[in-house]
Design a protein around this ligand. Structure first.
Ligand SMILES: [Zn+2]
Length: 359
């Protein structure tokens, strides 16, 4: 490589690094914003439920959907009648509650807690004797009823900003170039008529079947952005990548960051989709700040993006800063072991629901 070539290469890397820094900053701004905090505070009102109850809720919600009682096939926020009232919302007339199993607890008291025989159950209003230790214990179950948010009306439900599907044309030749790389990685490219065919996602990479599927019913810009995202998964997140397996959020952050870079190199601004998408998935990684999660992926993302860009014969933005991430941006697939579905993170859903979805 000539020194001029090396300079150019260094300049490209610097541009991608800069782009990634801006993404990190934008994610940080979004997750520290008021909308995000309100959405989190609201979500904190919903506890996760047992696996059995989650399945009960899902089955009954699906039945309600089939009867035309709820607009979405999958449940969102689910709570009891009085809890909804406490949140400023009322269950609407004619909406059936979903029956779940609630634990019944009793209060027990003992003067010598070490002795298992010494515990006695307290009556409803009975107070323990002085010096006694009191503990609650599950003594049985009873049926309880819960309703999905879509069965209630009242105060607004604060939601984190959502990714917006890109609109318009795709850069010339980009789809073909990315498709060739998917094929070169020995994956078959397929189309899904709509999101409902692929678990509500825009695209899916199946590492076992070796297929990449992209929704057909989106604008070309959204389709090509999705293809770049799935190619990112193909190149980075096979079954051997333990980190991405354990933290789906990291895999999604990486794939979408690659899509951002590939898009930007072609003058395509993907930020209205990428920033909320990356933010919600980064926020799913426990124990780390979202911006920190994004920042840590920088090197990997840059090298994969460069690899993809190097193999394209498209016209790429040669100089200057790529668009996107320039203005102040106001701004959630395991999936089984085998596939990664490209859709917003289940931030507003209970964690168990994400599991149940892949059953
Ligand atoms: Zn994905």
């Amino acid at each position: 490589m000539t020194s001029r070539g090396e300079d150019q290469q260094a300049a490209r890397e610097a541009r991608l690094d800069e782009l990634h820094d801006k993404l990190t900053t934008a994610v940080d701004q979004l997750v520290s914003g008021e909308d995000w905090k309100r959405a989190l505070a609201f979500a904190a009102n919903f506890r996760s439920r047992s696996f059995n109850n989650t399945l009960l809720i899902w089955a009954q919600h699906a039945a309600a959907f089939e009867r035309g009682l709820v607009p979405e096939p999958t449940p969102s926020y689910v709570a009891g009648y009085k809890q909804w009232q406490g949140l400023g919302r009322q269950v609407q007339k004619g909406q059936p509650g979903y029956q779940i199993i609630a634990p019944v607890t009793g209060r027990f008291a003992s003067a010598s807690p070490q002795d298992a025989e010494s515990w006695r159950r307290l009556g409803k209003f009975e107070k323990p004797r002085p010096g006694e230790t009191v503990r609650s214990k599950m003594v049985g179950v009873r049926p309880a009823y819960v309703w999905d948010a879509s069965q209630t009306a009242g105060d607004d439900i604060p939601e984190p900003p959502r990714p917006h599907l890109l609109e318009g044309e795709a850069p010339a030749g980009l789809w073909e170039g990315l498709a060739a790389q998917v094929k070169a990685a020995r994956f078959t490219l397929a189309e899904a008529a709509s999101a409902s065919e692929i678990h509500g996602a825009n695209g899916v990479t199946d590492y076992l079947a070796h297929t990449v599927t992209v929704r057909a019913d989106m604008d070309a810009a959204a389709r090509v952005k999705t293809l770049a995202h799935e190619l990112g998964h193909v190149l980075m997140h096979g079954p051997d990548n333990q980190e991405a397996r354990q933290h789906r959020g990291i895999g999604e952050v990486e794939a979408e960051s690659v899509a951002l870079m590939v898009g930007a190199a072609h003058g395509m601004d993907t930020t209205s989709y990428t920033i909320p998408y990356v933010s919600t998935w980064a926020a799913q990684v426990e124990g780390r700040e979202p911006a920190e999660v994004v920042k840590a992926t920088g090197e990997r993302v840059r090298s994969v993006a460069l690899k993809i860009l190097d193999q394209l014969d498209t016209t790429q933005v040669g100089n200057g800063t790529p668009p996107g991430l320039e203005r102040d941006t106001p701004a959630r697939e395991a999936t089984r072991q085998t596939f990664a579905a490209d859709r917003p993170a289940p931030a507003r859903r209970e964690p168990v629901l994400a599991e149940a979805r892949s059953l």
